[in-house]
Design a protein around this ligand. Structure first.
Ligand code: SF4
Length: 466
């Protein structure tokens, strides 16, 4: 098995404020590039016929294949101003119940459309706030998925949680249903920063949520933090990182805030004048990393951290880390199926995304359709580029297979840009190998973009690189 070097000593490097190449790196940090949770990215999706999706399911799922299932719940009690998810604020129990009905119907229709398969290895409930379904809704959903798809032994059942909408009965339900992992959105523990992003959430609430999860037997607790928020400083980020480590989180993600108010009008509530600039964002990301590494976490990929004994850290050390729409994962299932409005699935033949609008989604399901609307059939070249990008995002290194003509053409294509990044000190080329330097790791999305034929075409839709 391939082992990558322990990143703890390599990654934690100061922001490089005395470095003469800093201005050009700041330009790179401000460039807009995809997060590469897939390649091609959703920006390249076009219309997809239901018949094509049904054909992929029948032809590309085999009896031995384990399934990964993503279920999207597009509702939150309130909308956080920084949010980048497909979600709507609601307090209507009837609306949530109607959506649950559509989800259950879609799950039944999808189960019927599938040939024999090996059952669910990973189930991820995301949103939005999936716990808004409540204990009864979650029981109905997970019960139906178990019955219609089957769970493989040792399957991971994960859910995203908002600490503000969490209580002991819900924790108990998750425990009963066999959930193994929960992610708590924290972002920043400072009340003033929370006020500036429309997400008041006292630390006591987060600590209590983590305690309830552990008490309910949910072994994996993830915490999500952010940098680049309005008025945020390095000290805010450091305090939040120390708090999360103090709670004993098994995994952490530290995401940069992406301010795209033209695409997400609710972000206009955020005071853009208070947003940190590129140098401050880089310093914040690096400070979070230093704090978490000092607390014993291993830095993984672009923005994740895990305890050294956590399966994610082990997968990274063994070159088995994967990246999908949920970020870094150990999930190696060849088939990812999306359930719910806007959910995206991935099959060997391509990507399929459900209707985004919740009402149109429910109408399509009620009419007996698999409610796909967008997607992309991938070519051999797309797969090749996608694999190179995924390995770069996960391993910070690539074996360059120049013996295969198709691979050699893709690499030749990327070369002029790679040479430029080498000049910036961000990558290093050796015989048959490309490595992202410790300095370049923060810019790995830029390195990955060298292999992306679409990069630049939809730049306005992407967040800044750091
Ligand atoms: S709870 Fe999460 S999904 Fe809901 S609005 Fe806030 S950030 Fe978005």
């Amino acid at each position: 098995m391939r082992r990558r070097k322990d990143t703890r000593t390599e990654r934690a490097q100061p922001a490089g404020m005395t470095d003469t190449a800093l201005p050009s790196r700041l330009l790179l940090a401000e460039a807009r590039v995809p997060r590469y949770t897939s390649y091609p990215t959703a920006a390249q999706f076009g219309p997809l016929e239901e018949a094509t999706y049904r054909r992929w399911l029948t032809e590309q799922v085999s009896p031995g294949d384990s399934l990964s299932l993503y279920v999207h719940v597009p509702f939150c009690r309130d909308l956080c101003w920084y949010c980048a998810c497909h979600t709507r604020p609601t307090r209507s129990a009837a609306r949530i119940e109607a959506y649950l009905g559509a989800l259950l119907a879609e799950a039944g229709q999808l189960a019927e459309a599938l040939p024999a398969h090996g059952g669910i290895a990973h189930l991820h409930l995301g949103g939005g706030t999936p716990s808004i379904l409540g204990p009864e809704g979650l029981r109905a959903l997970v019960g139906l998925l178990r019955e219609r798809f089957g769970l493989r032994p040792g399957a991971e059942l994960a859910i995203e949680l908002a600490p503000r909408l969490f209580d002991a009965p819900l924790a108990g339900t998750l425990g009963e249903l066999g959930f193994t992992r929960a992610s708590l959105g924290v972002q920043d523990i400072d009340l003033e920063i929370q006020r500036r992003i429309g997400r008041p959430q006292p630390v006591e609430q987060v600590a209590e949520a983590a305690r309830m999860l552990r008490a309910a037997g949910i072994a994996g607790v993830n915490i999500d933090l952010m940098y680049g928020l309005p008025g945020q400083t390095e000290d805010h980020v450091a305090a939040s990182a120390r708090f999360a480590a103090g709670l004993g989180a098994d995994r952490l993600a530290v995401f940069g805030y992406a301010h795209l108010p033209s695409a997400r009008p609710h972000q206009r509530a955020i005071d853009a004048a208070l947003l940190p600039g590129a140098a401050a964002r880089m310093a914040q990301a690096e400070r979070a990393e230093r704090e978490l590494v000092a607390a014993g976490y291993v830095a993984l990929g672009l923005d994740h951290f895990a305890r050294p004994e956590d399966p994610l850290a082990i997968a990274a050390a063994e070159g088995r880390l994967r990246r999908n729409f949920q970020g870094y994962t150990t999930d190696a299932a060849p088939v990812l199926l999306g359930l719910g409005a806007s959910a995206i699935g991935s099959l060997p033949g391509g990507f399929a995304q459900n209707l985004v609008d919740e009402r149109r989604y429910a109408e399509a399901v009620a009419a007996g359709h698999l409610p796909v609307a967008h997607g992309l059939a991938v070519t051999v070249e797309d797969r090749l580029r996608g694999n190179l990008i995924e390995r770069l995002m996960c391993d910070f290194a690539l074996d360059l297979d120049l013996d295969r003509p198709e691979a050699a053409a893709v690499i030749r294509d990327a070369l002029p840009r790679l040479v430029e990044l080498e000049g910036e000190g961000l990558v290093r080329r050796g015989p048959g190998r490309l490595e992202v330097t410790p300095l370049g790791r923060r810019f790995v999305r830029q390195v990955a973009a060298c292999f992306d034929v679409h990069a630049g075409a939809a730049a306005a839709r992407y967040s800044v690189a750091v």
